[in-house]
Ligand binder design. Structure first.
Ligand code: LAC
Ligand code: ZN
Length: 472
C-alpha cells in the first residue's frame, strides 16, 4: 500500500520515462486530449497521456512501458464504439490511451488475389477510397467511420452482414503486439483463404475489445464492388407486417438481397429531423419502414420492382406504400438515425439480437418494459432484421436527464427479455465494454469464461491492455 504522495511521485517518474521512450509520439495533458477521452455517447474520464505510435516498434515500446509501471494501456481507434471500451473510465485507475491514428502506412492491395493488408489505424472510408479504383470493396457498411483495427477489436457487423458476414468472416490474418513477458509480435498475416494448418490464432483477436493484444495490421478478404444496386423504402403497418414482408423479400429477391433494415417510426422521425428538408419518404407519415437493397447486374431495378409487387400482393389489398429511392437517399435516411437521436436527447443504445420470429413480440415487450421503468423514455429502435439484430435505443428527449439507476434498470430489463425470454444476445454486434460487462459475467458459461481468462493470462498476464472494466 502506497500513500497518495508516493504514488503521485511514482507516476510522475513513470510519465517522464514515457516521454523519454516515446516523446515524439506522445500527447500530454496540455495538448487537449478531449477527442481521445470523449466517447461517442455518454461521458468519459481523463487520460494521463495519449501515445500515437507510428510503427510496431513504437507499439511494443508503449506496451513495455505499461508492463513496467503496471499502467493500463487503452487501445483506441476512431472512438465510434458504443459500449464504452475505447475511452478512459470516469472513475477508475489511471490510463494511457494508445491511439492507432498514426498507424496508417503500408496499405497493400492485391487486386488479383482480392485481398489487402491494412494498417490498423486506417479508417474504413480511407480503405474504401483506396479500393475503389480496383473495383473492390471491404463490404462492411455502417453509420460510423471506424478504423480497421477497431473493427477487428469489436467484430463489427453492419448493414450488409446478411450478405457478406461480419468482420470475423473477412479477416484472413492479424498482426498484433501482445503483452506477454517478451512483448511478442504475433505475426499471423497470411492472406490465404484456404489454410488449415492449425487453430485460428488471428481469430482470437477478433472481438477481443483490445484486451488480448494491440492489432497493428490486418489481412482482409475483399469483394468486387457490385456493378448495380437498387433500394426501396417500404412503409408498413407495424412489426408483424415487417416480419411478413421480410420473408416475401427474401423469397423474391433471392441472392440479390444485400441489406434489409427495419426502422421504427420514432427512428424515422429522428432521422428526418437532420435531413434538412430532403425527405426520401416523399412526405409519407413516419411508420415502420423497411429499407431493401438489391445488388447485381443491370436487371436489379426490375428485380426490385418484382419484390415490391410481391409485397403489395402479399399485403392483400391492405396497401403497402413503397417507393424505389436512389441508394444514396435511402442510406442517408438510415445513417441519419444515430445523429437524429443524439439531437433529441440522451440515448442509451442497446444492441440485441433474438431469433427472427421473436422480433415483433420482443420489441413490444421491450417497449412496455421501458415505459414501465420510466415514463419519460421512448424507444426508437432500428436494426438489421434479416440477421435478427435490433438497435433498441432508449431515448430521453431533452431536457429529461435519466438517473444512472434508471439507465441501468432499462438496460437490464431489455437485456433480460432478449436473453432470458428469447435466448437472444445482449451484444449482437457492438462487442463488449464497460456498458455491458455485467451481462458477460452473468451469462457466460463458467467454462467459456475460464477459456477467455486463460487467453488473457497468456497474452496479457499483468492485465495492462484494454479498458480496466472489461469483465475477463
Ligand atoms: C449501425 C450501428 C449503430 O448499425 O451498429 O449503424
Ligand atoms: Zn448496427
Amino acid at each position: 500500500v502506497t500513500d497518495d504522495a508516493d504514488s503521485g511521485t511514482a507516476m510522475a517518474a513513470a510519465l517522464a520515462e514515457l516521454v523519454r521512450d516515446l516523446g515524439d509520439a506522445l500527447l500530454g495533458a496540455d495538448d487537449g486530449l478531449d477527442r481521445f477521452t470523449e466517447p461517442a455517447r455518454g461521458r468519459g474520464g481523463p487520460a494521463l497521456a495519449v501515445v500515437r505510435p507510428r510503427d510496431v516498434a513504437e507499439v511494443r515500446r508503449a506496451v513495455q512501458w505499461a508492463r513496467r509501471h503496471r499502467v493500463h494501456l487503452l487501445p483506441q481507434g476512431a472512438v465510434s464504439g458504443l459500449v464504452g471500451a475505447s475511452t478512459p473510465p470516469v472513475d477508475g485507475p489511471p490510463v494511457v490511451v494508445l491511439s492507432t491514428e498514426q498507424l496508417v502506412d503500408g496499405l497493400v492491395v492485391d487486386p488479383v488475389d482480392r485481398t489487402a493488408v491494412v494498417p490498423a489505424g486506417l479508417r474504413l472510408s480511407a480503405l474504401e477510397c483506396a479500393l475503389a479504383p480496383h473495383g473492390l470493396t471491404f463490404p462492411i457498411d455502417l453509420g460510423a467511420d471506424p478504423t480497421i483495427g477497431g473493427m477487428v477489436a469489436t467484430n463489427t457487423g453492419g448493414a450488409r452482414m446478411l450478405r457478406h458476414g461480419d468482420v470475423r468472416r473477412r479477416v484472413l490474418g492479424v498482426q498484433a503486439v501482445v503483452a506477454d513477458d517478451a512483448v511478442s509480435v504475433v505475426d499471423d498475416l497470411s492472406t490465404l483463404r484456404k489454410d488449415n494448418t492449425g487453430p485460428d490464432v488471428s481469430g482470437l483477436f477478433v472481438g477481443s475489445a483490445g484486451s488480448l493484444g494491440i492489432v497493428t495490421r490486418v489481412a482482409l478478404d475483399l469483394e468486387r464492388r457490385p456493378a448495380h444496386s437498387a433500394t426501396a423504402l417500404v412503409s408498413l403497418s407495424g412489426d408483424e407486417a415487417a416480419l411478413d414482408a421480410l420473408l416475401v423479400v427474401e423469397r423474391v429477391a433471392g441472392e440479390r438481397l444485400s441489406a434489409l433494415e427495419v426502422l421504427s417510426a420514432p427512428a424515422v422521425d429522428a432521422a428526418r429531423s437532420v435531413l434538412d428538408g430532403i425527405d426520401p419518404l416523399g412526405g409519407r407519415p413516419a411508420s415502420t419502414t423497411m429499407l431493401v437493397e438489391l445488388v447485381g447486374s443491370a436487371d436489379v431495378d426490375d428485380a426490385l420492382l418484382g419484390v415490391l409487387a410481391a409485397l403489395d400482393e402479399g399485403a392483400r389489398g391492405s396497401g403497402v406504400e413503397a417507393a424505389v429511392v436512389p441508394p444514396a437517399r435511402a442510406w442517408a435516411l438510415r445513417h441519419a438515425i444515430t445523429e437524429g437521436l443524439r439531437r433529441r436527447g440522451t440515448v442509451l443504445g442497446l444492441d440485441v439480437s433474438v431469433p427472427r420470429p421473436a422480433l415483433p413480440t420482443f420489441l413490444a415487450e421491450a417497449r412496455a418494459a421501458v415505459a414501465a421503468t420510466d415514463g419519460s423514455a421512448e424507444v426508437a429502435d432500428f436494426g438489421h432484421w434479416a440477421d435478427g439484430g435490433v438497435h433498441c435505443n432508449v431515448v430521453w428527449p431533452d431536457p429529461h436527464q435519466p438517473d444512472p439507476e434508471v439507465v441501468t434498470s432499462c438496460r437490464d430489463a431489455v437485456f433480460a427479455i432478449a436473453v432470458e425470454r428469447y435466448r437472444g444476445s445482449w451484444s449482437a454486434e457492438h462487442g463488449v465494454g464497460p456498458h455491458n460487462a455485467d451481462w458477460w459475467r452473468r451469462t457466460t458459461p463458467p467454462e467459456v469464461a475460464a477459456a477467455v481468462r486463460g487467453l488473457r493470462s497468456l497474452f496479457d498476464p499483468l492485465r495492462v491492455l484494454g479498458h480496466p472494466d472489461l469483465p475477463w
